[in-house]
Design a binder for this molecule. Structure first.
Ligand SMILES: Cc1cc2nc3c(=O)[nH]c(=O)nc-3n(C[C@H](O)[C@H](O)[C@H](O)COP(=O)(O)OP(=O)(O)OC[C@H]3O[C@@H](n4cnc5c(N)ncnc54)[C@H](O)[C@@H]3O)c2cc1C
Length: 249
C-alpha cells in the first residue's frame, strides 16, 4: 500500500518535472559528433533564449530506479515544430555520450527545459567566446541572437583540429581559432594569449567562457588580471575531469 502511493507520487513528480520526447532526426557528423533533433509537445509552450539548456534523462525512466540526467544546449529551438536541435559531442566516457551513439529516429526520452544557462543575448559585442567541443552547439546558437555571429571571436581547445574544423565549417564558423590540446594542458598558454588578444584589441569587450571547468578557471583569472570587470565575463562550466553530469549553475 505504502509502496503503491510512493510510486504514484514518484510518477507524479516525474510528470511534473519532465516532459516526454523523442528523437526526430539524428545525423553523424564526423566520428565524434551527432546532430540530434529532439521533439516534444512540452517544447510547444516553452520560451527559449540562445544559450539556454535542455536536460535529457539518459539512463532510467522512473525516478524510483537508477537514473542519470545530462545537460545540452540547443543550437536552434522551434516551438512551432516543437523541436530542439543539439550538436552532441561523443567523448566516449559517460552515459550521455553513449545515449547519442545508440539513439535512432523514434528513440523515446524524458526532457527538462529549456532553462537558463548562459545568456548569449546579454553580453555586449564585441565578444570573445571560449569553449571546447561541448560548446560548439552554444557557439552556433549565437547566430539566433539579433547580432548573429557579428563581432564574436571564437576560441576553442579541441582534441582534433581537423575534425572540429570540418564540423564548424558546416555551421559557418570556419574562422574560429582552434587550439589542439596537449598533455599537461601545455596548450593553454596559447589559448590564453588568443583570448587576451581578442579581449584587449576590442573596446568594451565581453567574454563568455564555457567548456572544461579548469580551463575556464584559468582564463577567468587571466581576464580579470588583464582588467576585465567580473560583470564583463560570464562563465558556465560544462564538464570537469572526474565529475559526472554538471548542470550549469
Ligand atoms: C549548461 C551545459 C550545457 C551543455 N551543452 C552541451 C552541448 O550542447 N553539447 C555537448 O556535447 N555537451 C554539452 N554539455 C556538456 C555535457 O553535459 C557533459 O560533457 C556531460 O558530462 C556529458 O555526460 P556524460 O554522461 O557523457 O559524461 P559524465 O558521466 O557526465 O562524465 C563522465 C566523465 O567523463 C569525462 N567527461 C565529461 N565530459 C567530457 C568531455 N566533453 N570531454 C572529455 N571528457 C569528458 C569526465 O572526466 C567525467 O568524469 C553541456 C553541459 C552544461 C552544464
Amino acid at each position: 500500500m505504502v509502496s503503491t502511493s510512493k510510486s504514484r507520487l514518484t510518477s507524479l513528480l516525474l510528470d511534473i518535472s519532465t516532459h516526454e520526447g523523442e528523437v526526430r532526426h539524428i545525423e553523424e557528423i564526423g566520428p565524434h559528433f551527432r546532430l540530434v533533433s529532439l521533439a516534444s509537445d512540452g517544447f510547444g509552450k516553452a520560451s527559449w533564449t540562445p544559450g539556454d539548456m535542455v536536460q535529457v534523462i539518459v539512463v532510467g525512466e522512473a525516478l524510483l530506479g537508477p537514473w542519470e540526467i545530462r545537460t545540452y544546449t540547443p543550437l536552434a529551438f522551434d516551438p512551432g515544430t516543437r523541436t530542439a536541435e543539439i550538436l552532441w559531442y561523443i567523448h566516449g566516457n559517460g552515459p550521455g555520450s553513449d545515449w547519442a551513439v545508440s539513439a535512432t529516429v523514434g528513440t523515446a526520452c524524458r526532457l527538462v527545459g529549456p532553462r537558463r544557462a548562459v545568456s548569449l543575448l546579454k553580453p555586449q559585442r564585441p565578444l570573445v567566446f571560449f569553449g571546447d567541443e561541448t560548446s560548439f552547439s552554444t557557439a552556433i546558437a549565437a547566430r539566433e541572437t539579433p547580432s548573429g555571429h557579428r563581432d564574436v571571436r571564437f576560441v576553442f581547445e579541441v582534441d582534433s583540429v581537423e575534425e572540429s574544423r570540418a564540423v564548424l565549417e558546416r555551421f559557418d564558423l570556419a574562422d574560429a581559432t582552434l587550439v589542439a590540446r596537449r598533455a599537461g594542458d601545455g596548450h593553454l598558454d596559447e589559448v590564453e594569449r588568443d583570448v587576451l588578444t581578442a579581449f584587449r584589441s576590442e573596446a568594451a569587450a565581453t567574454g563568455v567562457l564555457t567548456g572544461k571547468a579548469s580551463s575556464i578557471q584559468r582564463l577567468y583569472r587571466a581576464l580579470r588580471a588583464a582588467g576585465a570587470q567580473g560583470r564583463q565575463v560570464s562563465n558556465v562550466p560544462y564538464w570537469a575531469v572526474g565529475k559526472k553530469g554538471l548542470k550549469g549553475h
